[in-house]
Design a protein around this ligand. Structure first.
Ligand SMILES: [Mg+2]
Length: 278
């Protein structure tokens, strides 16, 4: 394997040499990859879970200790549907002698706690106080436009509930660029996963790995991509949360098998030149 290197005068890191010139379909993650609407969600989910563990179990752990436990599992499960984080919460409650509610109950609670933050951003967007571009990962929309020009079919797949994803993608001006469809978490959580969407695309179009590009900031989609030989672009985007939860995002994306790393899409056109230049 050739040594990893940075494309000259760009922010693009080539980790593995890939088969170039074949991309026809591209699948994107949403939060942290295209959208910053839910940026900071960890600062809502973590305290909620710490409170629940303190109040619904007989644990004698301190809030700080519980925070450490919660941060670790929330971080590890990021990129999968939110319900998996809530299922783990239920396990942690049981481990400490508590009787958990259903994971969906905790997910509904989480969504209701996050909603004011999301709504506030949406209201600012609608009033013109902020622009859609401020809530998008830099140059992500332009990257989608360039892919469209090149005739690449685009898909969105997110661990956030599909109705939120559709709505927020619309607000960001990005929804219409996903001509292949917008997919997200369902209440029947077994009916959706990013891996399932990827497999469906491969089957529908009879694709081989390097014809599919997968772009995301989470290890889940990168691992899913590499499991089928697709080209995986890891987006090492900056997110705000008070737990340093993505301090090692780069390391995670590398560990998951990313072929290429970018901080955002500022050098999107160079990336496309690279991908399409066989
Ligand atoms: Mg993400």
């Amino acid at each position: 394997m050739a040594k990893s290197h940075t494309l000259e005068n760009t922010s693009i890191e080539i980790i593995h040499e890939i088969e170039r010139g074949n991309v026809q379909h591209a699948l994107f993650d949403f939060d942290g990859t295209i959208s910053l609407v839910r940026d900071g969600w960890q600062s809502v989910m973590v305290p909620m879970m710490v409170d629940i563990l303190l109040n619904e179990t007989g644990t004698d752990e301190t809030p700080e200790q519980l925070e450490g436990v919660v941060v670790e599992f929330v971080d590890n499960l990021t990129g999968k549907q939110t319900i998996y984080q809530m299922m783990q919460l239920c396990e942690e409650i049981e481990k400490r002698g508590g009787v958990p509610k259903q994971p969906l109950d905790y997910k509904d609670l989480y969504n209701s706690l996050l909603l004011p933050t999301v709504d506030e951003r949406i209201a600012k967007l609608e009033s013109g106080e902020i622009e859609a571009a401020d809530l998008r990962v830099p140059m992500s929309l332009e990257f989608l436009q360039s892919l469209q020009k090149r005739g690449v079919k685009r898909y969105l797949a997110s661990g956030t509930d599909v109705e939120f994803v559709r709505h927020e993608a619309g607000l960001l001006g990005a929804a219409s660029y996903f001509d292949g469809g917008i997919f997200g978490a369902l209440r029947e959580y077994q009916s959706f996963s990013k891996a399932m969407v990827i497999q469906q695309i491969l089957d529908d179009f009879n694709l081989t790995g390097s014809e599919l590009l997968v772009v995301g900031d989470g290890s889940v989609e990168i691992e899913n991509a590499k499991a089928v030989g697709a080209i995986a672009v890891g987006v090492n985007s900056a997110e705000n949360n008070r737990y340093q939860m993505n301090a090692d995002k780069r390391g995670r994306l590398l560990h998951a098998g990313a072929d290429i790393l970018i901080p955002d899409f500022r050098d999107g056109n160079r990336l496309l030149t690279y991908l399409f230049d066989s």
